[in-house]
Design a protein around this ligand. Structure first.
Ligand SMILES: NC(=O)c1ccc[n+]([C@@H]2O[C@H](COP(=O)([O-])OP(=O)(O)OC[C@H]3O[C@@H](n4cnc5c(N)ncnc54)[C@H](OP(=O)(O)O)[C@@H]3O)[C@@H](O)[C@H]2O)c1
Length: 257
């Protein structure tokens, strides 16, 4: 698929994309003809993923990117600018999990670590890439979130996705707080950038098997990537400031904030 404004392929960046959800998003975007920068903090893991994904002719380019390294993020933006001149799609995906702990047993360091990557990392990458996104005529930002960031779900002690049917709503405080903050960032960026036509949405892949959750889940990684890719390729005038998740039907589901 080409950019909405001409014959050039769209240009995308997916952070934390050497494995898991991010890698599946890279693969699906590249299959649409998008040039995709595969952000990875580790060169060997990033190059391996790049090599495997390029084998089928996709334009996937490893980009060294640790979202907690401000100078490194600036260098990454410089390379995208030099090679591609703009960015059409940013998928903030790089994330870490924290121990499954209720608030009274959670340490300050667990919360700090969750915020450092999952929140400040998203903020740093977004603000650094924004000048390149502003050069696109149809920029899209997707923030990968989680139902665990939903305050409504937490207040009702109920998981609306049905991923955790037996035990109510899991409490992983450091992680959950970080994803609630991702949702807040999403709404605030969506409001700020609405008039420029930049659409910003929070999306959960749902519960998919990756290293982050000991390979448990109810959807495949490929199914989990469907809604992030749909929100990354929205047409002009599409929704902004929404919170959705992938589901087994491929239709997607609205999530409560
Ligand atoms: N899996 C699920 O069920 C699920 C559900 C809801 C939301 N999510 C979200 O989906 C996203 C991806 O998670 P995943 O499940 O695919 O986990 P994963 O397989 O562990 O992948 C996480 C990715 O983030 C990268 N990363 C971590 N810290 C980074 C940093 N400082 N800079 C750059 N990259 C960094 C990792 O790189 P390394 O390989 O170098 O560690 C890895 O590529 C996360 O935002 C997560 O919260 C996942």
């Amino acid at each position: 698929m080409t950019s909405p404004t001409g014959s050039d392929p769209r240009v995308a960046l997916v952070t934390g994309a050497n494995k898991g959800v991010g890698r599946a998003v890279v693969e699906q975007l590249a299959d649409l003809g998008t040039t995709v920068y595969l952000g990875a903090r580790d060169e060997e893991r990033g190059r391996t993923a790049e090599r495997e994904l390029r084998a089928d002719g996709r334009d996937v380019r490893f980009l060294r990117l640790d979202v907690t390294d401000d100078a490194g993020v600036a260098l990454a933006a410089k390379r995208i600018e030099e090679e591609s001149g703009r960015l059409d799609i940013l998928v903030n995906n790089a994330g870490i999990s924290t121990p499954w702990r209720v608030p009274s047993l959670t340490t300050a360091d667990e919360v700090r670590q969750g915020f450092e990557t999952n929140v400040i990392g998203y903020l740093t990458v977004t603000n650094t890439m924004l000048p390149l996104l502003r050069r696109s005529e149809a920029a899209r930002i997707v923030n990968i979130s989680s139902v665990l960031g939903s305050l409504t779900a937490a207040a009702e002690n109920h998981d609306p996705t049905g991923a955790f049917p037996d035990g109510g709503f899991p409490v992983i405080l450091g992680y959950s707080l970080s994803k609630t903050a991702v949702n807040a960032l999403t709404v605030m960026y969506a409001n700020e950038l609405r008039e420029e036509g930049i659409l910003v949405n929070a999306v959960s892949p749902n519960w998919v098997p990756t290293d982050a959750n000991d390979h448990s889940g109810i959807l495949t990684r490929e199914q989990g990537a469907v809604m992030p890719v749909r929100m990354a390729t929205l047409p002009d005038g599409g929704p902004t400031g929404t919170f959705t998740c992938s589901d087994a039907t491929g239709t997607g589901q609205d999530l409560p904030w």
